[in-house]
Structures are given as C-alpha cells and as structure tokens.
Design a protein. Structure first.
Lengths: 256, 323, 270
C-alpha cells in the first residue's frame, strides 16, 4: 500500500509553499520528513492528510485520489497528529482518546475495545480517569497518540510529535511509532532532530524551499553534502553501533 | 452518580420550577383553583402557562446557545451576545417601536427576526474564510456595537416620549404579559434553532483538539459553522424578539454544569438547555414575587442574580475553574 | 431599508414646510405650548415644534400644524429666527436655554401642569406674556364650562384605569388623574399600589378588575391580551379608546378630554 503525492503544488494565503512535490510513503515503514524552518514540511503533511487541497497535483492512496474519498472514510484511513498538543477542555484522558472513534460508525463495544487497545499500546491506561490538564507533557503526548491510534488508521501522520518532550519520552514515543509500523501502519513523521530521524527512519524526505530536495534511505540522504546544502550546517557522522550513521550538527556551514 | 441519573434530576428540577411558576406570583394560585369556575383560571391559562412555556423555550435557547458557542469558540467566556445576534434582534424590535412600523405584536416580532436574520447573514459573510474563532468573535462584537449605537440613535430620534419609554422598557427583557400568541410565534423558530444546535455535538467535541485534528477526524467545519450561526441565530433571535434582551443565562449555565456533566462539549448540550430553562423559570417567578406594584424586569433580575453569584464563584474557585 | 427611508422622510418633513424667512414673533418649541399659543395668538406664531407635525405626538390638527414652520428646537434654528419670545418647556435642555439667554432672547419656560388650577394659571401667564389677556380669559371660561358640564349628577364613581401607552397606566398626581375625578370616575390605579404611571401586570388586573379601561389603541399587543384574559375570567370590563393626543397636554386639551371622559362615564352607567 502506498500514499503518493504526485507533483503537488500548494499555495497558502497567496504564497507558494510547496512546488511540484512528488514522493511515496509506504505502509509498514517509517518515513521522516526533514527540512529547515519554512521548507514546507507541515504543508506537505497536511496535504497528505487531505487537510488542504493542492493547487496542482494529486494525493492518492493506491491510485485512489483522497479528495474523492468521503470525509469519514478518509478520516478512518488517515490519522493525523498535529503539532499543537492543546486540548481545549479539561476532559478525562479516556474521553480524549475516545474522540478518535468519531469517524467510525461502530458499536459502543467496538469503540470501547478500540479505546482500550489504543491506551494499552501507549501505556496510558493508568490515567484513563485523570483529566488531561493535570497530566505531564509526556503523558499528554501519549494520550494524544492514543487518540490517533484509537481510530485504527492505516496511515499515521504526525507533525513534530517530539516537540517539548524530554529525551526519555522522545525515545518512548518513537518506539510506539515503530510498533505501529511493525503492525503494517504507514507512519510519516516530521522531525527536527537529525539524530532521532537517522535512528528511526526507514525513508527520509528532505525538503528545501518548498521542493523535495532529496529522498531515499537515510544512508543515502543524510550525507554531509545534503545537510550542508539543505540546512546550512556542517555535521559530523558517527556510527551508532547498529549500522546507522548519526549526523551530529557541528556548526554553521563555512563560507559556501 | 450516572449521567442519566443526573440528567433526570435536572429535568425533575425544571419540572418542579415549571409547576412552581404556575403557582407563584402576587396572586398565589394553588392547584385547586385549576378546576371549577375560579376566575383565576384565566390567569393560569392565558398568562402563566404561556409564560412558563416561553420561559422554558427562552431559557433552553439561551443555555444551549451558550454551551454551543463556548464549545465552538473554545472559550468558556463566550455567550450568545458575543455573536451580536441579540443586539441586532433588539435593534429590529426597537426600530419597530420607535418608527411605528408593524402595528401590534406580529410587526415587532417580524422586525426583530429580520434583525437577527441580518446579523446571521453578515456573520456568515464576515467569517466565510475565517481560520480562527477570533474573526468570529470580532465580527460579532462589531455587529453588537453597531446595533447598540443604532438602537441608541433610534431612541434619540423617537417621535414621542411614549415610544422612548416603551423601547427602553422592552430592552430590559421581560416575560410579563406575554401570551399564547407570543408562544405560537416564537416556538417554531426556537424549536428549529434548538434542534439544529443539538446536532453540533460531535463537531464541537472534535474541535477540542484543534481545527486540523477535527478535520482529520472527518468533521465538516463549514457545515458546523452554519449550524452554529443559524441555530443560535434562530433560537436567540426569536427569544429576544419576544422577550427583549435577557443576558447571563448563556454564560452562567454551561459554566455551572461543567463540573457536574463534564467538560466535553457534547455532554453539556442537553443539560445546558434544561439548566437554562430552570434558571429562567426561577428568575421569572422571582420577578413576579418582587414587592411593589409592577414586576421586576427579567433581564434586570437575571443580571442581579447572575452577577453576584458569578463573582462569588470566581472568588472561590479562582482561575482553576476555567479549564 | 425601510427604516432608513423613514428617517430620510422624517428629516425632509421639517424642510418641506419651511416658509419664506420671517423673523420676530413667537417661537414655540414643544407641542403643548404650540397648542396653547395657537389658541391664544395664532397670527403671531413664527415657528412651532416639529413634534406637532407628527401624528403620534401632536396636540393640534395636522393640517393646521403643517401651515407653520417647524423647528427641531435647536438653539441655532431658533436664534436664526430672531423671535420676540421663545416658549420652551421644563424638558428643554439647560444648555439650549443658556444659549437663548446668551443670544439675548426673551424666554418663557412652561412646566406640565398637574392640576386644572395650575393650567388656568399657566394660561393667564402666557396670555399676559404675549399680550392677549382677553383671549386667555376666554379660554379659561371655556375650560370652566367644560368642567361644569363634565361634573357628575350622582355619587357613582366607576373605577377606571387609564392607559397612556400600550402597557403604562396613568397613576399618581397628574392632570389626567384630576380630570378622571372631575368627570365622575374613580381612579383604579390606587388599587394596584401605583405611585406613578407604570405597568400593571395583567395578573394583578384579573385579581381586582376595574369597571372601565381606557387605552390609546385597543388593538395593541397588551390591550388585546388584557381583553382576552379579563373576558375568560368572566369579568365585564368596559373598554374604550382614549386618544393619545388627549393625554399629553393641559390647556385647551382639557376640554375634549373632559368631554370624552364624561361621555365614557354616561355610557358605562347606562
């Protein structure tokens, strides 16, 4: 199964944020979208989720345009985890997770089962009755991930899910995403942290100035040259002992 | 205590207040006056029953609109006046009083509904491409200011002092001397508005996660905005058209019920309608019981009850209550 | 759109009746003094209040009112007319009165008389001020004749509630209250504890219904409901129309007002 963006161009408020972007996300794998600020990462992810309509190009799942899908079918298929972790109302965690069931017309029992499974997968059962406002940042991030998982989507699109999490919780969340990919879900994540990206990605899509600058396996994309060109930083590559090269940012690129 | 039980108790409270409002007044009319040829039956049939029904309609319209708007704008400070519909409906009614258009009650009601309709259309236009609730609130505030200024202007050019007195009296909001005709006129609009608003539950819940997340859950935000604007516009507009401006209910009732029924927007809809009805019935009974020749104006009574109560709540709970 | 057109029409109504500029004479700036002056010295009135040209507020026949120039009562308009005398009311704003004084105009301020005796005194004062004492005495004589004609022949005093708008009933010390008494009617407003004109909820009416209800528009919202409820309760209440024009002023209005009240009483008691 594949989620493809085919020559997608996006204009937002009169500004072109994405030009002719083409890429394919595979099910069962983790694709990481990287790029400097303003490169168009969030826009690309939102287009993939069907939240914005491209000015040109097509977004499709296995050849079927997502724009042609009905709202609730698309909602069941694609789960979107936005960057902002705010929940407007101080509801119990259980109710927040249950929101993920909105697009489903399932029985109450199926809903409850899905919510429980999602909370088990994110290790959040113990605060089912506690209100979101009282949870710590890491706990709330897991609850919000559980919300997406409760929808049992085939695609999980997450926008900077590690922002404002400490390193332990970052590893924790990435592990759960890996678990989802292992179960066949197509995971697409926007990350800022180059090291975490190198560790978790099966595929990398690097954006610069609204275009796909490079894409492919991390070993091919995360080269010193690419990172210098895309981010304007020099990196040192360290092996992590598991066959991957981790790019550690060392400083701003010298005079070009 | 389960939700059903709590809802049942709230409904029971409303029913008790309904019965009480049929009895209470400067004339206490016990139930045995209902049967037999007691002339006070006329009071019950033509005045108290329509008035209590209107109290339920108005109260549920205001309470429910408050809950819907707070959910939609993701702000516990929102209430029906924030979208400007009640001010525009009041403008329409005052225009008919001062300029003498529309003799009798149908004209005044029609003008007030026209005002409400105008506000809804303007709101829809102004927020067509709004990405945040801020535009919505700004548009409503502008409408309310404009309507308020025009209302004051109309009062200032009133052709005779009686028109001024009538306009000012009407603006204070009252259920006094509202009869079956008022119920017949207002009920369809309020009913339609309330029904439309009851469908907004799932959309409001989804919005709690933000607009992108809501859309990703399949919420149709465009249709939700229509339901909110038209639902609150019809219900609040018709309410104001019949009774004048009654504030506080939409703000206070959802707030009071949140600790009891939970903060999830959809869970507050029916309770807020019932709570609004109960509060309005209680306040209206107090209006009738107030000493003096006339009755206290409902809008005034609501503010006098609501404001100190709310202040007390704020002092006690502090900022913790907001979220 | 309709209200806007009405506003424009209202604004133009003032201009339409403008006559070639005449100066001097008497300028009156409220409907009650308009009426009094037109009764005492019609030829010397240069301008009247614009309210007198509006059917809802006037106390003089519209046709007559339209023949005169009208002002909105602003100091500018009045000063520009260079009148010999300005007749204002106790409702005229202090700033406007001060402006007249600064312009050196002679100003006569009238209040609203609350008794027939006070109205007589006012007529005498105004007549003297405009130099028509004889006309004043003639008017007072007509008023006295009207009072005599309205006086009841027997001791019956049917309780009467007089509405001055759809829901406000007249009460308290006022000219209307005195006239109701002079015409041989009882003042029902006392039964409801009203100290001043105000609202009587229909519920209270049903508990203690008056014999007669007078209102300016029997088809008004509250009037219709009132009639219905009283009927349902089985009370026979006589309802008659009492035009709003008879409610506003003293002076010449006393005559038709007393006549109407007396006629109502004789119809009610027959």
């Amino acid at each position: 199964m594949a989620l493809t963006l085919d020559r997608v161009t996006l204009d937002l408020r009169g500004r072109r944020v994405l030009t002719d972007a083409s890429t394919t996300f595979a099910a069962g794998r983790i694709t990481v979208i990287l790029g400097p600020n303003g490169a168009g990462k969030t826009s690309l992810l939102r287009a993939a989720a069907g939240l914005i309509v491209p000015s040109a190009g097509k977004v499709a799942i296995d050849g079927r345009a997502i724009a042609a899908m009905r709202r609730d079918e698309r909602a069941r298929t694609i789960g979107y985890l936005p960057q902002s972790g705010d929940v407007a109302w101080n509801m119990p965690a259980r109710d927040v997770v249950a929101l993920g069931r909105l697009p489903h017309r399932a029985s109450a029992d199926d809903d409850i089962a899905a919510v429980l499974a999602a909370m088990a997968a994110t290790d959040t059962e113990q605060f089912a009755e506690r209100r979101v406002g009282e949870l710590s940042g890491g706990e709330r991030a897991r609850v919000l991930l559980a919300r997406v998982l409760a929808g049992e989507p085939q695609w999980l699109l997450a926008d900077e899910p590690l922002a404002s999490l400490d390193p332990a919780h970052q590893f924790d969340l990435l592990e759960r995403l890996r678990g989802q990919a292992a179960r066949g879900v197509g995971v697409v994540v926007i990350l800022h942290d180059l090291v975490q990206a190198a560790r978790v990605a099966d595929e990398i899509v690097m954006l610069r100035d609204g275009r796909v600058f490079a894409s492919g396996p991390p070993a091919e994309v995360l080269t010193q040259q690419n990172l210098r060109d895309a981010f304007g930083v020099d990196v040192l590559l360290f092996p992590d002992g598991e066959g991957r090269m981790l790019p550690i940012p060392a400083g701003r690129a010298g005079s070009a | 205590m389960s939700r059903t039980l709590r809802l049942g108790l709230l409904a029971l409270l409303t029913a008790v207040l309904f019965a009480l409002s049929l009895m209470a007044g400067k004339q206490w009319i016990p139930f045995d006056a209902w049967f037999g040829h007691d002339p006070r039956w006329a009071i019950i049939a033509e005045l108290r029953i329509p008035r209590a029904v209107l109290g339920v309609l108005l109260g549920s319209a205001l309470g429910l609109s408050g809950a819907v708007l707070q959910g939609y704008l993701r702000n516990p400070l929102a209430d029906p006046t924030v979208i400007g519909v009640s001010s525009c409906a009041a403008l329409g009614a005052v225009a008919s009083i001062v300029l003498g258009f529309g003799a009798g009650w149908l004209g005044q009601f029609g003008w007030a509904m026209a005002g409400a309709g105008g506000a809804m259309a303007l709101l829809a236009m102004l927020t067509a491409r709004a990405e945040t609730p801020v535009v919505f609130v700004l548009a409503g505030t502008v409408l309310a200011s404009l309507a308020g200024a025009l209302t004051a202007f109309l009062i200032s050019i009133a052709p005779n002092p009686y028109a001024i007195a009538e306009a000012i009296d009407w603006l204070m909001g009252a259920l006094t001397d509202r009869g079956p005709d008022d119920v017949v006129m207002a009920a369809p609009f309020i009913g339609a508005g309330v029904l439309m608003m009851l469908f907004t539950g799932p959309g409001l819940d989804a919005l709690a996660l933000g607009e992108d997340a809501a859309r990703s859950l399949g919420a149709n935000l465009g249709r939700l905005r229509w339901q909110v604007v038209i639902g609150t516009g019809l219900a609040v507009g018709a309410g104001v058209a019949v009774t004048g401006v009654v504030g506080f209910v939409g703000l206070v009732v959802p707030h009071l019920l949140r600790p009891v029924f939970g903060a999830k927007p959809s869970a507050l809809l029916v309770p807020s309608a019932l709570g609004g009805a109960a509060l309005t019935l209680a306040a209206d009974s107090l209006c009738r019981l107030a000493p003096g020749a006339g009755e206290v104006r409902l809008g005034v009574a609501m503010a006098l009850i609501g404001a100190p109560f709310f202040l007390a709540l704020l002092f006690r709970e502090g900022a913790r209550q907001w979220r | 759109m309709k209200p806007l057109i009405a506003l424009i029409a209202l604004g133009l109504a003032g201009c339409a009746s403008a006559q070639p500029a005449t100066t001097g004479g008497i300028v009156s700036t409220n409907p009650c003094s308009d009426q009094l002056l037109l009764a005492l010295a019609p030829g010397r009135v240069t301008a009247i209040s614009h309210y007198s040209q509006e059917p809802g507020a006037t106390s003089i026949p519209i046709g007559l009112a339209r023949r005169y120039r009208a002002t909105a009562g602003t100091a500018e308009e009045v000063i520009a007319l260079k009148p010999d005398l300005v007749v204002a009311s106790s409702f005229t704003s202090k700033t406007t009165l001060a402006a007249y004084r600064r312009a050196g105009l002679k100003v006569l301020t009238l209040d609203s008389p609350t008794t027939v005796a006070a109205s007589r005194d006012q007529i005498r004062n105004v007549a003297a001020a405009v130099g028509e004492p004889a006309a004043g005495e003639r008017l007072i004589a007509r008023i006295d004749r009207a009072v005599a004609a309205a006086a009841p022949r027997d001791g019956r005093r049917p309780a009467t509630l007089l509405y001055i708008s759809d829901s406000f009933a007249n009460a308290g010390p006022s000219l209307l209250t005195e006239m109701v008494g002079l015409a041989g009617l009882g003042d029902a407003s006392k039964d409801f504890g009203l100290a001043f004109s105000g609202n009587v909820p229909i519920e209270s009416l049903v508990a203690h219904p008056p014999k007669i209800v007078l209102d300016p528009d029997p088809n008004g919202r509250t009037a219709s409901l009132r009639r219905r409820v009283l009927g349902m309760a089985g009370y026979q209440v006589i309802e008659e129309r009492f035009p709003r024009q008879l409610v506003n002023c003293g002076g010449p209005t006393i005559i038709p007002a007393l006549r109407a009240l007396a006629a109502t009483r004789s119809r009610a008691l027959s």
